[in-house]
Ligand binder design. Structure first.
Ligand code: ADP
Length: 255
């Protein structure tokens, strides 16, 4: 059985192809067209795995751009795909914190990976990957460099909730020669606080798995652990959780 999961996110489309025990994963920048992004993911996966589209048994698409993509057999919500992906990567997890480019979610699952409840922030950039991208840009850095550059011992509290005002606040702090490492720790704390309060309202239960592109940022993980007073596990390939879940649901649908 060969299945593909495509997760067309706001920042990066991701794809996972499963061929028995073999797994191929790919990620690209989304660009302006979610449909083209999804097609590029498929062609990259087919090239890397040396598998032709005619050999594929089932394709499931998820993510915000899923409705624009015409090549899938089925569309499934990100919530279900993340739950399925985490059940495979971290079976002990009962709470999932997913922080992507334009939203953050908290999902409560049972021991079979079934979704019990979820909460989502997709109204405001604060507490999302986009917030960190804008702030990294203001600091003249790449988002991937933030975690290594933070200095939690000098954390500067960022007061502005709104991304636009927070950007002005950072410019003001830099003008006063405040330590960059302290500012970055404060940004991680700001994201951690917002998402942790959503997790607390959901009644976050152990173990807590952290997924999505932002889970690659060890500073946000640290801030979440501090806020939740609990350990947070980041599964390997955290950015591919939704795409992996989609590919696994493809196997279960086809069987
Ligand atoms: P979406 O599904 O909305 O496209 P993702 O789950 O792929 O979003 O997450 C994208 C976010 O992940 C970016 O906004 C950025 O903040 C963060 N990110 C991406 N790559 C890295 C990296 N190498 N290190 C830290 N953070 C990253």
């Amino acid at each position: 059985m060969i299945t593909v999961g495509v997760d067309i996110g706001s920042v990066a489309p991701k794809g996972v192809l499963l061929n028995g025990e073999k797994r191929y994963s790919t990620v690209l920048p989304t660009g302006w067209s979610p449909r083209d992004a999804g097609e590029k993911i498929l062609s990259t996966l087919f090239r890397e795995s040396c598998i032709g589209q005619h050999q594929v048994d089932y394709i499931i698409v998820t993510g915000y751009g899923r409705v624009s993509f015409g090549q899938a057999d089925r569309t499934v919500t990100e919530i279900s795909c993340h739950a399925r992906g985490v059940a495979a990567l971290c079976p002990e997890a009962r709470t999932i914190i997913d922080i992507g480019g334009q939203d953050s979610k908290v999902i409560s699952i049972n021991e079979k990976g079934k979704v019990l409840d979820f909460a989502m922030n997709d109204k405001c950039a604060a507490g999302t990957g986009k917030f960190l991208q804008v702030m990294a840009n203001t600091l003249g850095m790449d988002v991937a460099e933030l975690a290594a550059a933070e200095d939690p011992s000098e954390t500067i509290t960022i007061n502005s909730m709104c991304t636009v005002f927070a950007e002005s606040e950072i410019i003001g702090l830099l003008a006063r020669n405040i330590s960059k490492g302290g500012i970055i720790a404060g940004l991680h704390q700001s994201v951690g606080k917002r998402v942790a309060s959503m997790a607390r309202r959901m009644g976050a239960r152990e173990k807590i798995a952290f997924t999505g592109g932002v889970a690659q940022n060890a500073g946000v993980r640290r801030a979440l652990e501090e806020e939740l007073k609990n350990s947070v596990v980041v599964p390997e390939g955290c950015q591919f959780t939704g795409a992996l879940g989609a590919a696994l649901l493809g196997i279960e649908t086809r069987q």
